[in-house]
Ligand binder design. Structure first.
Ligand code: MN
Length: 395
């Protein structure tokens, strides 16, 4: 696998033509079938498999949990033996999707996961496109030799690592893409109410409750179809968004009340939480999810950042609107990256040094990106507020 890594998308084409095609009914979805792969057909791969492992990315979010659990339930519905695996914990408000409470995480159960991986003959990689996004679990995935299938919506997949890869960077979420894949290549009649609820969970969380990445009519057509298959939109919303712990709400209060810095001269706002803050508010997995977006909800703020310190490591989230390219900002200043409007990075410096570095980078970023973008936004008379799916490197 390692030497194959050198291959680029351009030279993956074999003598028989391009290994890329589009998904039936979804021209924006690229399907890669590896010319050197072990299986060319999704249904066939599932039919042949005895033990299936379904993996989500590190810090699994609503879309990762939704897509893995929807696929898991789908496979159970056809009598398949499958296991859902995550590198670490998901947030407690997503737990309802793991109906059987049978998923396992590498952080707590490394040996059990190694055993599952040894016995599996089909591996699904959901909501990420490079093995490194499973962090500490990556070596286990890297060495596993079996049929690998990726379904994902992020930029720049490592195509050659998969036998079949479905990639669409224009959809809202992996859950929306999985819905389309099931329709085009599997059996949509097997989408039951739980599959529907999980798919909707991923779609609604990756669009910030339908506030971005949802301008296309197909997303609502999919939801209409899911409702006819048993989706309960109210129940899913309540489970996810009205299910926070008291400590998460108080942590949010701390951010907004005491840790918010607004820089109107740069159309920028940022928040930070120190290790001590996280401890004081009894931080649990997922508690800081979405907090960065509060910065953007301030009038006149088009660039928001959020810094969280844990165990001497600082995670950064950047969000922007319009043409403000936080992918470049994250890359140039913090070696991170992601998307134009949603990026992240990591720092191992102190919180003070990291914040100082951020502030020092603001004037140049304002001149080069923020100011022209804001001028353009103002000319259009309204704020398009376009934020693509959340993806942060090093998350
Ligand atoms: Mn996603």
């Amino acid at each position: 696998m390692e030497n194959k890594k050198e291959e680029t998308k351009a030279n993956l084409s074999g003598a028989t033509g391009s290994p890329f095609r589009s998904l039936a009914g979804s021209p924006s979805c690229q399907v890669f079938t590896n010319p050197n792969g072990r299986c060319q057909n999704l249904q066939e791969a599932i039919d042949r498999a005895s033990n299936i492992a379904i993996v989500g990315h590190n810090n699994p979010d609503g879309d990762a949990v939704g897509a893995t659990q929807a696929l898991y339930q789908y496979l159970l519905n056809i009598g398949k033996n499958a296991k859902v695996i995550y590198p670490n914990h998901f947030a407690q408000n997503l737990a309802w999707m793991d109906l059987q409470q049978s998923s396992i995480n590498y952080q707590d159960h490394p040996d059990e996961i190694k055993t599952v991986m040894q016995g599996c003959d089909l591996l699904f990689v959901m909501d990420f496109n490079r093995v490194s996004r499973t962090e500490s679990m990556a070596p286990v995935l890297k060495e596993k030799d079996c049929v690998r299938i990726m379904i994902d919506h992020h930029l720049e997949p490592e195509w050659q690592d998969f036998d079949i890869a479905y990639s669409d960077t224009t959809v809202s979420s992996t859950c929306e893409l999985l819905y389309r894949v099931i329709h085009a290549e599997l059996n949509p009649d097997l989408i039951d109410s739980h599959v529907s609820n999980c798919l909707y969970a991923g779609i609604s969380t990756d669009t910030g409750s339908f506030s971005y990445s949802c301008r296309h009519k197909e997303i609502f057509e999919a939801i209409a179809d899911l409702i006819s298959r048993g989706l309960d939109t109210v129940k899913v919303h309540q489970n996810i968004f009205d299910n926070f712990s008291e400590s998460r709400m108080r942590l949010l209060g701390c951010c907004l009340g005491d840790r918010l810095i607004v820089k109107p001269e740069y159309n920028t706002a940022y928040m930070y939480l120190s290790d001590a803050d996280m401890q004081k508010y009894n931080y649990q997995a997922g508690d800081t999810e979405g907090i960065v977006n509060y910065g953007l909800s301030i009038a006149g703020v088009y660039f928001a950042a959020f810094f969280t310190q844990r165990n001497n490591r600082i995670r950064m989230s950047f969000r922007s609107q319009g043409d403000i390219d936080v992918n470049i900002f994250a890359k140039e200043n913090f070696g991170g990256g992601g998307h134009k409007n949603a990026s992240g990075g990591t720092s191992y410096e102190s919180l003070e040094a990291t914040l100082a570095k951020f502030e020092a980078a603001l004037p140049a970023f304002y001149q080069n990106s923020i100011r022209p973008a804001v001028e353009k936004l103002k000319k259009t008379g309204y704020n398009p507020g376009c934020v693509p799916p959340e993806q942060e490197q090093d998350q």
